[in-house]
Design a protein around this ligand. Structure first.
Ligand code: ATP
Length: 218
């Protein structure tokens, strides 16, 4: 019979653009965690939620949706990340709904009792003040030059666009100080996997403690 977990550990895996948080979250998923990707949730909401679509059109113009109704993510990103004010406007539209969807999915995963750990892959944990949702926060760190190199290789993002997005996030050096666990992703994938595994084992031990106590461990 499958093992049941009454008190899964709720973990945020965060970082900054290109630091490797999604890569780490996927590893955690491979090792048995339920993973919820906040970015994908936000995209899903912008695509499907009628109120959010209306607010996006009002704020950024009708062109942020193609004629077939699909979101023009490239244009929206250009408009939203051009300055602080527009980034804030986008966040105000999307984040409250995104957080409530994430909480719903977290609860579903908890009730299923199938997972020792529920992982939220989210860049903006500290920016939107949702730290209190989690038993533990993991920050994935990489030096800025390496992050840019990886993002450029992934999707050809220009240096200007990369740094304008970096400017909209709290510096990774700060987040690293606040984290419960830091995973250093300055090296190879193999090194990353080794570090991530060590942190995952520690999180599993925290889960065992939480399971025994039946309460939050933080
Ligand atoms: P983003 O929000 O940009 O997706 P992220 O923190 O989720 O940021 P990832 O998507 O995990 O970052 O990684 C960014 C890119 O860097 C991906 O193409 C990934 O495959 C690559 N990458 C991650 N870690 C390493 C590594 N150690 N060596 C080489 N490439 C890596």
């Amino acid at each position: 019979m499958r093992r049941k977990y009454n008190n899964p550990l709720v973990v945020a895996v965060t970082g900054g653009i290109g630091s490797g948080q999604t890569t780490v979250s996927k590893l955690f998923g491979k090792w048995g965690a339920k993973v919820i990707n906040a970015d994908l949730k936000a995209k899903e909401i912008m695509q499907k939620d009628r109120e959010i679509r209306r607010a996006l059109k009002q704020t950024f113009g009708n062109n942020v949706f193609f004629r077939n109704g699909k979101l023009n993510t490239k244009l929206l990103a250009e408009l939203a990340f051009k300055d602080e004010l527009h980034t804030q406007k986008l966040n105000q539209i999307v984040h409250p709904r995104m957080v409530s969807y994430i909480v719903e999915e977290m609860e579903e995963a908890r009730f299923s009792k199938r997972y020792p750990m529920v992982v939220i892959d989210a860049a903006l944990v500290y920016e939107i003040n949702i730290e209190q949702l989690f038993d533990a926060i993991v920050v994935v760190y990489a030096p800025i030059d390496e992050r840019y190199r990886r993002v450029r290789q992934r999707d050809g993002m220009s240096k200007q666009e990369f740094f304008s997005r970096v400017d909209r996030q709290i510096p990774l050096e700060e987040k690293r100080k606040w984290a419960d666990f830091v995973i250093d992703n300055s090296g190879s994938f193999e090194e990353l996997e080794r570090e991530a595994r060590q942190v995952f084992e520690k999180l599993l031990r925290l889960q065992q403690k939480k399971e025994k106590q039946g309460v939050a461990v933080s």
